[in-house]
Design a protein around this ligand. Structure first.
Ligand SMILES: [Zn+2]
Length: 474
């Protein structure tokens, strides 16, 4: 693998440098202020693409520490590891900023069909779920394709285990069945909920993720099952419906047993990890780049969001390595507790409230580190024009698009509080939800060259925004 990767990297580097040097004549940007950044941008891109450092660092995190749910010893090991490594990189002001985080423990869990015949089902409890009684919950299964179907047949839900079988379209459209389905069914007397995994069908993988219980409904256990098993239940339920009363029906009902030990223990202390390159002229003005260090407790948290942590951190390591000292401070933040609480983002807002007005831009990478397309951006029209100009420096690596909106769950509270221009790293999203929150979120799904390009894109954007004479948006 090393041989071909080296060759690809060398080719990528050649193409990048060739494009960077000819960029002005080819694309004809009129901006003279931007000319000063062509050479440092080429160097940042070249340095990122000359090596597989980012991917190797991610593989160390995911292989030796592994997944990192809030409250787990692995997350605290990852915090300490990141502090040590940032110091080793020579970053400045490296420190941990404490935050109290929830500690949810999955425990043993299982699901099985008990009627019409016995089979185990692949499942993952939803984050934040309560447990079943020790002997489990055994009940008739009710399959619905929508909240409306549930509400129309509410009496059947009473005493049942309800399965929400809604095929994945987009994350935003389908995630509500995972986050609110349990309480919707509990209001009708359901004893537990199963949710078709929020992700495209593939290889019988269950996807976990957080649920939110409503205050006015009983808390019932909830778990994700695979698309394949959900489809099987749908077919069985449809046949039962069609053959109701017929002597040929192989079974008159579907019965499922669910066992879960999930529970919360008291909150524990965790921390956001912070490192900086202090600004040479305006150190109090800050550009934040970030990813979240916590993950779910399955897989290795490689794509969600170890990769986002490493590529944003790389921006600072690359600047340091190339002796680039921007006018303003560039700060990397590795957030704690994005997945099941958002406490890291809230703690940052509260701790830095007095300086949020001097935050020039905040960026979060939490959509994977596949081939980068560019950035999503939310801010003024004037600021948008500037970041679009900066993005022309990334044409050589195909990362020059500026999308209509950018942000992130962790930067959200600060961005909202102080109306800070916000960005997300936009990448080829076609593979992200295949492995999102699953046991298959491992580093082998990530291409080292894609990851190097992500690091290069963040480095160039952060460096120019931090160094340019005018503050972004002015
Ligand atoms: Zn994430």
């Amino acid at each position: 693998m090393i041989g071909p990767t080296r060759i690809v990297l060398a080719l990528a580097l050649f193409v990048t440098l060739a494009l960077a040097t000819t960029q002005r004549s080819v694309y004809g940007s009129n901006s003279t202020w931007l000319d000063a950044y062509r050479e440092p941008s080429s160097r940042l891109i070249g340095e990122a693409l000359s090596d597989t450092f980012a991917w190797r660092r991610l593989s160390v995190l995911t292989d030796t520490i592994g997944n990192r749910l809030s409250g787990s010893p692995q997350l605290e090991r990852a915090v300490q590891w990141a502090l040590d490594e940032m110091n080793r990189d020579g970053l400045e002001n490296v420190h941990a900023e404490p935050a109290m985080v929830p500690k949810w423990i999955r425990g043993a869990e299982s699901a099985e069909i008990v009627e019409p015949s016995h089979h185990s089902i692949v499942m993952l409890g939803l984050g934040g779920s309560v447990a079943t009684p020790p002997e489990g919950i055994e009940a008739e299964l009710m399959v619905v394709r929508s909240f409306e179907e549930l509400d129309t047949n509410a009496t059947r839900a009473n005493g049942a285990i309800v399965l929400f079988n809604v095929p994945f379209t987009t994350y935003n459209e389908t995630v509500r069945f995972r986050s609110t389905g349990a309480s919707r069914a509990a209001r009708h007397g359901a004893r537990a909920v199963l949710v078709r995994s929020i992700g495209p069908a593939g290889l019988r993988l269950p996807h976990t993720g957080a649920l939110q219980y409503a205050a006015d409904a009983p808390k019932i256990p909830a778990a994700a099952i695979t698309a394949e098993d959900a489809d099987r239940f749908q077919r069985m339920a449809d046949r039962l419906h069609a053959e109701a009363g017929s002597a040929n029906a192989p079974g008159s009902r579907i019965v499922v047993r669910l066992k879960m030990e999930a529970h919360f223990e008291p909150d524990v202390e965790s921390a956001n990890v912070v490192g900086e390159i202090r600004g040479r002229d305006l150190p109090d003005e800050v550009v934040v780049v970030s990813g979240h260090l916590d993950s779910w407790d399955v897989g290795a948290g490689a794509t969600d969001d170890g990769g986002g942590c490493i590529v944003t951190w790389e921006a600072l390591r690359l600047m340091k390595k190339l002796n680039l000292h921007p006018r303003r401070t560039v700060r990397v933040v590795l957030w704690t507790n994005e997945e099941n609480g958002g406490r890291g983002g809230l703690a940052y807002r509260d701790r830095h409230r007095a300086e949020l007005g001097r935050h020039v831009m905040m960026l979060e990478s939490d959509g994977g580190v596949f081939q980068p397309n560019g950035f999503g951006f939310t801010g003024s029209d004037r600021a948008r024009r500037t970041v679009a100009e900066i993005a022309t420096l990334l044409r050589g690596i195909g990362a020059d698009e500026i999308g209509p909106a950018g942000g992130g769950a962790d930067i959200g509270p600060s961005v909202l509080e102080a109306k800070i221009p916000s960005m997300s790293l936009d990448v080829d999203g076609s593979k992200y939800f295949l492995i999102h929150h699953t046991p298959a979120d491992t580093v082998d799904k990530i291409n080292p060259v894609d990851m190097a390009k992500c690091a290069a894109a963040v480095a160039v954007m952060a460096y120019v925004v931090a160094d340019m004479p005018q503050r972004l948006g002015e």
